[in-house]
Design a protein around this ligand. Sequence first.
Ligand code: HEM
Length: 452
Amino acid sequence: MVFETTGTSIFLAVVIVVLFLFLSRFKRPKPNLPPGPRPWPILGHLPYLLFTKEEPQFVFERWARQYGKIMTLELGGQTAVVLNDLDLIKSCYQSDTFNGRPKLSTFEIAFGAGAGIGTGQHLHWREQRRLAVSLLRTIRFGEGVSMAEIVEQEAGKLLADLATHNGHPIDLTHILPKAVCNIVCAFVFGKPFEYSDPRYILMLWLVYQNFKLAGPSAVAYSSAFLAKLPFGPGKRLVDNLRAFKQFAEDHIFEHEKTFDRNDIRDFIDAYLSKIENKDSLPIDESEIFKHLNLVWCVNDIFGAGTETTAGTLRWAFLYMILFPEVQGKLQEELDRVVGRSRMPTLTDKQNLPYVEATIQEINRHADIGPLGVAHATTQQTEILGYTIPKGTLTLANAHLCHFNEEYFDNPLEFNPDRFVDADGNFIKRDEVIAFSVGEYFDKKFILYKKLY
Ligand code: HEM
């Protein structure tokens, strides 16, 4: 009798699960969302992206051809709307409605519920970004060294390091981030690290790993489903972030011990000074500037500033190897404008149109963020007749813009000359959206202009 009851229960449970899986395969998650491919039960479209050797942007490209300017995907419990058209991306990202960030479950599990610059929205985003930008305008290191000089110093160290290999082949994967990140570290921690510092090397390795694990647009960071699994990429992301949190906290602790409000050395000091003056801040701001959010900010700047730039530089080296004629033209322009007795500086940029064109072509062709960085809607909104609920993750399909034949002749070809006019002037093109678009980009770009 007992066996019969148990057998019936198991049978019923199996029937319910199978029925649920069957129904959820055909159910659209929410009404009036844009169309999209048929999702799998529970995992949605993740299996299409996880169980293939194809890069996700190419899977997205095929879907975009089928579903048009806008499509819906289910990514492990998170509804995502993908914008496949440049004008649509521009009009959406120019409005505040599309400039939120999705909930980042992996970060929340690793750090606690807070928000940084690139991970926060509304006031968190505005105030913490404002602090970073204003500091970049004023900061001087040690003997009054400027940010631009720090960049030059790191470039010099990198060249010296490369020279030690005496022309032998080397793997640049882990050399470039050391130099790039040190510029960010000077700003955040007030000092660069030794290239041989084991903890620094470990942190760079974790950032590199997380970039690969989180995938294009860093969507995996927001999947609560992946983050809570006891194995797999979500768990590894969380473990890596926990290790980074410890690193950030150790540095914050050191700063607290030596903090002097009259000598603000770096971003951490500037942030601690905000925390110290909490009582004089408007009530909303005093909620933002706290220890937990400082950890988020340190992670945001360290993470966002390292692999993006190092990855782009790795591509740049590859293009120079593959296209020696481009390398020759660059060298000729640099020799003519800058000469060989000094390093180029940012003020030379306006006289280096071919260098500018090549950088823009690298950003287009290397396409290192083919789906941008995930945004989220801050309220329910109507678009092209569809209803997008509040909190929907949105992705800008940069890949389609970068390889669109309507915008670029022969887009697969690497060709910096496409950005140079008949008089040899640099042509800046809106269709290259490696750094995002519109007002959002302009605001964010201030941060870059000060750093690089
Ligand atoms: C080739 C280099 C880089 C590329 C292609 C790149 C690309 C991007 C993109 C696509 C976004 C998301 C924009 C959006 O949400 O629509 C972003 C955000 C961000 N990046 Fe970069 N980035 C690069 C270098 C850097 C560097 C050097 C830093 C240094 C600090 C940095 C810091 C940030 C921050 C803090 C955010 C969040 C900004 C915000 O939400 O206001 N990035 N980046």
